[in-house]
Design a protein around this ligand. Structure first.
Ligand code: NAD
Length: 357
């Protein structure tokens, strides 16, 4: 039976970059190496335009029936004045929670050819390859009680709750251990166990789960130190697993080590490795429609999809090395342009990867 893929370009450059990624999937399909069926659906601002809400019912139904989702980006100034529940971002958040995509995988990879794009010294980041596994559906972003209240003296206080159940910690750490097994077998769990009880439990459960993965070397690090170490010597990390909020912050810092937002893919997985795959960047309204957006983050998201949801790691490898060869040839979109290279647009970059394949 064909694997089902939902294609959701979304808004802005989402449309342009997803088109290039779809060409790659079609290439494998047409050459008989991948049995897939792709169906496109609107989401975000496009969902609002088509059906009056950012996650139309039909789009959600399609997402639930698929093996994987290829997602572009959402958002646009024309939607900024809509009531909060109708804004494009709500479509993305609703997809994550409806599909229980609790594991967010954010690789920070710096192709050696792009070492100059980083704000850090080339020797610190060249060849960087870290995977950050962020818990995505729990922790302080979702914990109750939350709110802003006025006390008896008329002073207002705001509060949120950082809460994790053992089962939530166990399932996210298992994903991280499994990924570490496929990489260099080193996992660093990041917490704040010196101050927070929820982190104490986190550390305890991760350590217990480690018993099932004797080959993986587990270490623990406080989040403040992790932030320092990421900037000081990021290559010491292989896989990092952490809570929702810490992961939110650390994964953005790690992404910026590479200096090229247009290069980084991501995956969000459920307990059965069904997932949503998307570039980490947004809809880039400033360059939308100009044909200059970098499609490589989205193309590399397809590689992650093949590896983590569709069980075709060999095709993922092919895509990643094709991207490397295109960079070797000196082709660059505007965001990663460097002296001596040839600047190309979105379509030309997509075609160059296809040609390498
Ligand atoms: P952004 O990631 O869209 O853009 C930040 C900067 O990076 C811009 O200068 C943009 O031109 C550049 N950039 C981003 N992707 C690029 C690419 N592939 N190639 C070349 N340059 C690229 O972030 P923003 O400007 O803060 O947000 C714009 C819109 O995107 C907002 O509506 C925001 O809510 C939304 N957003 C969506 C997502 C998502 O869909 N997951 C993520 C972040 C922001």
């Amino acid at each position: 039976m064909s694997l089902k893929i939902a294609v959701m370009p979304g808004d802005g450059i989402g449309v342009e970059i997803v088109a290039e990624a779809v060409k790659i999937l079609n290439h494998f399909k047409n050459s008989g190496r991948l049995d897939i069926e792709m169906t496109e659906a609107p989401v975000g601002g496009a969902g609002y335009d088509a059906a009056g809400k950012p996650l139309p019912d039909e789009t959600l139904a399609l997402a639930k029936s698929c093996d994987a989702i290829l997602f572009g980006a959402i958002g646009g100034v024309q939607y900024d004045r809509l009531p909060r529940e109708l804004r494009p971002e709500r479509g993305l958040l609703a997809l994550r929670s409806e599909l229980e995509l609790f594991a967010n995988l954010r690789p920070a990879i710096l192709y050696p050819q792009l070492a100059e794009a980083s704000s850090l010294k080339a020797e610190v980041v060249a060849g960087l390859d870290i995977m950050i596994v962020r818990e995505l559906t729990g922790g302080i972003y979702f914990g109750e009680p939350r709110g802003i209240e006025t006390d008896a003296n008329g002073e207002r206080k705001g509060f949120n709750t950082m809460v994790y159940k053992e089962s939530e910690i166990d399932r996210i750490s298992r994903i991280a251990f499994e990924i570490a097994m496929k990489r260099n077998k080193r996992l660093c769990s990041v917490d704040k166990a010196n101050v927070l009880e929820v982190s104490e439990l986190w550390r305890e459960v991760v350590t217990k789960t480690a018993g099932d993965y004797p080959e993986v070397e587990l270490s623990h690090m406080y989040v403040d130190n992790a932030a320092m170490q990421l900037v000081k010597w990021p290559k010491q990390f292989d896989v990092i697993v952490t809570k929702n909020m810490f992961g939110d912050i650390l994964s953005d810092a790690a992404a910026m080590l590479t200096g090229s937002i247009g290069m980084l893919p991501s995956a969000s997985l459920d307990a059965n490795s069904r997932g949503m795959y998307e570039p980490i960047h947004g809809s880039a309204p400033d360059i939308a429609g100009k044909g200059i957006a970098n499609p490589l983050a989205t193309i590399l998201s397809v590689a992650m999809m093949l590896r983590y949801s569709l069980d075709h790691a060999e095709l993922a490898d092919e895509i990643e090395s094709a991207v490397g060869r295109v960079l070797d040839k000196g082709l660059r979109t505007a965001d990663i342009m460097a002296a001596g290279c040839k600047q190309v647009g979105t379509e030309e970059m997509g075609e160059a990867v296809l040609a390498e394949l």
